[in-house]
Design a protein around this ligand. Structure first.
Ligand SMILES: *Cc1c(COP(=O)(O)O)cnc(C)c1O
Length: 305
């Protein structure tokens, strides 16, 4: 079965956001709707996984193994992508097995993913020792996808995001940043006249620039910048102001955002707009990287969608 045919970028649209602040600042804001690709393997995760799964199949592997936290969209997406391509999967999860499993873990298990819970220490150690005999003895022969797809094949897939639509007229491309794999691909595929801005969703993850640089093997261009001001307390942290902004954005645009990544990105874009970060007549392409399944861990009724 070819998963590439089952999941396709065809449903993706580029929607223009009508917004009074954008009008006042003479800015065009478009959003690339990767969230429309698929409810589970949504958004950037599918792009980041594509070349890994193809490589695994080419090399004759029967099993994929990857790493993530209990709420990881990457875990859910890998489990699903493996299932539809007839591959087994092992998910190594950070932390002891929780009493109440997250939707992500339940979904991954329903896709047939074998879940292995490791303490934070064991998890960090084992991630650094994947190419050892001991690792193979513990997990068997498996194709290893780094956490978050962070690696050259992940970047290659992420670069394809900018090939879905004609990006030439945009002055800015903005995306949420976790591991930095997606933004690295965006840097690679963007044009030299375009500013690339990443909104980091983690608190003070100041090693990001170095990590992205190590992946790209080129000096990071000046037109690239990571903004660290919109993490709302840290990774997967949420505040009433954030959910209020998600509801407000949905009322105005009927576009749902996820609270871990894209809501922080959109909040950041509007806040930066108010601070004249973008010049008049800028044309911004914001990447809606998906992740909507994560909203199921919010209390019922907090979101209007
Ligand atoms: C994983 C994820 C990101 C971050 O991608 P990285 O490549 O790890 O930086 C952004 N948005 C969504 C919705 C995600 O699930």
């Amino acid at each position: 079965m070819d998963g590439g045919e089952i999941i396709s970028a065809e449903p993706v649209t580029t929607d223009t956001i009508k917004n009074p602040l954008a009008d006042q600042k003479k800015i065009q804001l478009d959003i690339l709707r990767l969230d429309k690709i698929h409810p589970v393997v949504s958004g950037n995760k599918w792009f980041k996984l594509r070349y890994y799964t193809a490589d695994a199949l080419n090399k004759g592997y029967a099993t994929l193994l990857t790493f993530g936290g209990p709420y990881s969209n990457h875990i859910a997406a890998t489990a699903y992508a493996a299932k539809i391509q007839g591959l087994n999967t092992i998910g190594v999860i950070r932390g002891e097995s929780p009493k109440q499993w997250s939707h992500t873990l339940q979904e991954a298990q329903m896709c047939g993913m074998q879940l292995v819970f490791l303490s934070r220490n064991e998890f960090d150690t084992i991630k650094r020792n994947v190419h050892t005999k001991k690792f193979e003895a513990q997990f068997g022969k498996a194709y290893i996808i780094p956490e978050g797809g962070f690696g050259p094949l992940g970047i290659q897939g992420a670069a394809d995001i900018l090939r879905i639509t004609d990006i030439s007229l945009y002055t800015h491309i903005v995306s949420a940043v976790g591991t930095g794999t997606t933004i690295a691909g965006i840097i690679q595929a963007s044009n030299p006249h375009q500013k690339v801005t990443g909104i980091s969703v983690m608190k003070n993850n100041l090693s990001l620039n170095d990590e992205i640089q190590s992946l790209l093997n080129i000096p990071l261009p000046d037109r690239f910048r990571i903004v660290h001001d919109y993490h709302f307390g840290g990774y997967a942290k949420c505040t009433p102001a954030l959910t209020a902004s998600m509801n407000q954005f949905y009322h105005a645009s009927t576009i749902p955002l996820d609270f871990v990544y894209t809501a922080k990105m959109m909040y950041g874009i509007f806040d930066l707009m108010g601070k004249d970060f973008f010049r008049p007549h800028s044309r911004i392409l914001a990447v809606h990287s998906g992740g909507l399944q994560g909203n199921r861990s919010l209390a019922h009724g907090v979101l209007v969608f």
